[in-house]
Design a protein around this ligand. Sequence first.
Ligand SMILES: *Cc1c(COP(=O)(O)O)cnc(C)c1O
Length: 395
Amino acid sequence: MYGKLKEHLCQTLSEIKDAGLYKEERIIESPQGAVIAVKGKEVLNFCANNYLGLSDHPRLIAAAKSAMDQRGYGMSSVRFICGTQDLHKTLEKAISDYFKTEDTILYAACFDANGGVFEPLLSEQDAIISDSLNHASIIDGVRLCKAKRYRYANANMEELEKCLQEAQTQRFRVIVTDGVFSMDGNVAPLEDICQLAQRYDALVMVDESHSAGVVGPTGHGVSELFDTYGQVDIYTGTLGKAFGGAMGGFTTGRKEIIDLLRQRSRPYLFSNSVAPPVVGAGIEAFKMLAESNELHDKLMRNVNYFRDKMLAAGFDIKPTQSAICAVMLYDAKLSQTYAARMLDEGIYVTGFYFPVVPRSEARIRVQLSAAHEIEHLDRCIDAFIKIGKELGVLK
Ligand SMILES: *Cc1c(COP(=O)(O)O)cnc(C)c1O
């Protein structure tokens, strides 16, 4: 049998290659950080989700080791059989405190949090109204649930309102949105979303994966930015980005919702507990953020510095309130050539083009971090300018 499948797979793989969409993985030979080693060469990293620079932070490494010394390596169990340690409860409490919510449930990843949030809460009688640019895991989670689906164009409040009107016959309505959208770095208009939710009697769910730790005066996410505390019913998020970057996800929000998820959410019930070192480092990350806003302040200084200099140099940059900065090039091939030349200059950035972004909206995405020093930013900006001139992007 495999012979036939193999033929089919080879065909598909060569189609992917012919379309120029085959993904090669670059091998990093160092810890994650502002400076990484790739093929024996040091390059500056501008494409990690390491927003607060915690991925290689000594305090998190020490906390992971200490948790491993005190609570072992693995749990060998799901939470409800014998996979819950005191550490898991401490981390859930720390996340609830951070988001000012009532309770939190941990998952192996935010992909699982989103995959397991809709099906236990909603049925055929209900409606999920989803932003068209929401993350793949939200789309998959929605697919696993029988609720009626509505979709509105990215951050388009007129379309959202129409969906809400159409969904009035359903029993419960949930509006679901990413907090920050990963390609443009734009923030969801949560104030407007919450107003519409109130007017049309809907719940609100926000995926904070790219926004938590980043947006808001002290980085606490979308509700801090828009002062929508108490109006968002469900947040999901990851420990794999700003909060240390290892792995692990969570859903946090209203007490009864979290309680039911512990009873019915399949990725929680049928998947292993998050490992003690990851949980220990997670606790330390939230402790650090409670002690001082230094890392978030530095991230914001870096974002503003980079944006100001790039705009002054004449680049076309999408407006952003996040740590994602889209340098628009509008040409797929140019985005790839540009990124490859940047790597020659020792700067690691990623070029994105259709189908990841709309046709004719090719760009280079730059992700800033508190791990970057001004000197790193200057080297990145200088390389952008040098290659921009070389490729005719800048005059
Ligand atoms: C990264 C991301 C996820 C997935 O998080 P993991 O913990 O890595 O599974 C989910 N949603 C959004 C919006 C993301 O950006």
